[in-house]
Write a protein that binds this ligand. Structure first.
Ligand SMILES: [Zn+2]
Length: 282
């Protein structure tokens, strides 16, 4: 994306990436959670990524372009996300119960099995995959992990509306629609002890200067402290600079509660393993 529309203060202003990166850093911090794809038919939530230390240019981007939006180029990452959204739609259409495995590895090529994935077509809508499901097929794959869940949610799978039961740690059951919550819809409890853990997902807009707080792109009233787990998380996802976080998809298992002043929602991670970050490969 060369341009993005900023909706800060209820006004719509189009910025070129050149103009935006030359704003003061306080203006960038102010506006960056109000960016949209400039295609009015898409208007997807967008983000700003600063220039990298090794010289990659600053850019705008979005993880949510609609099918057919010409601002959203096809990429291996996007194709993988669409494929995983189709897989997840199949899983939830065919299973009443899914086991959630926080350690599942999803990014390997799919194993050979008796199920055939439908071909990926850039123009195919996700919903159409259901018609490819063979009538009597049984699916061994009723295990879902963080990466596949996240990628499918980013690409608009049915997971966040599904009645399928998701079981966590072999004993806690949730309906999928009550478990997967976009950051914009996070409902805080009054205190950590009152909060039931859920799977919060969305995109990272930016971190603070010390990379110890993450701010979602979808809203500006949620903060996610990661200081305790930072080293482990950054090592696992190969995050070395702030730009790596900007525009990354992420999903975390944690609790949402008000801060002491009731001005900001805090989402506290369960532990360093219950997070998945999908760095934007563009
Ligand atoms: Zn778009």
């Amino acid at each position: 994306m060369i341009d993005a529309v900023c909706t800060y203060g209820g006004k719509r202003k189009t910025y070129t990436i050149f103009n935006f990166q030359n704003l003061s850093s306080s203006d960038i911090e102010k506006y960056r959670q109000y960016l949209e794809c400039p295609n009015p038919k898409c208007a997807a939530e967008a983000y700003y990524r600063r220039k990298s230390i090794d010289g990659k240019a600053a850019c705008f981007g979005s993880r949510y372009h609609t099918q057919g939006c010409n601002e959203g180029r096809s990429s291996p990452q996007r194709e993988r996300e669409v494929r995983q959204a189709i897989e997840v739609n199949k899983i939830i259409a065919d299973s009443k119960e899914v086991i959630f495995d926080f350690f599942a590895v999803d990014s390997q090529p799919p194993e050979k099995s008796n199920t055939v994935s439908p071909p990926i077509s850039k123009s195919a809508s996700l919903g159409s995959s259901k018609s490819h499901t063979s009538t009597k097929a049984t699916f061994r794959n009723t295990v879902l992990g963080m990466e596949k869940a996240l990628n499918s949610l980013l690409r608009g799978s049915d997971l966040a509306q599904s009645d399928t039961t998701i079981t966590i740690d072999e004993k806690y059951s949730y309906k999928a629609k009550n478990l997967f919550v976009n950051f914009a819809d996070a409902e805080p409890a009054d205190s950590p002890k009152d909060a039931r853990p859920k799977m919060f997902w969305g995109t990272i807009s930016h971190s603070d200067a010390d990379m110890e707080w993450l701010n979602p792109a979808e809203c500006n009233d949620v903060g996610i402290p990661i200081k305790r787990y930072k080293n482990k998380i950054f090592k696992r996802f190969k995050i070395t600079e702030k730009r790596d976080l900007e525009g990354a998809g992420f999903i975390i298992f944690g609790k949402c509660f008000w801060n002491a002043q009731k001005t900001r929602k805090i989402i506290e991670l369960w532990n360093a393993d219950r997070v998945f970050i999908s760095v934007d490969e563009d």
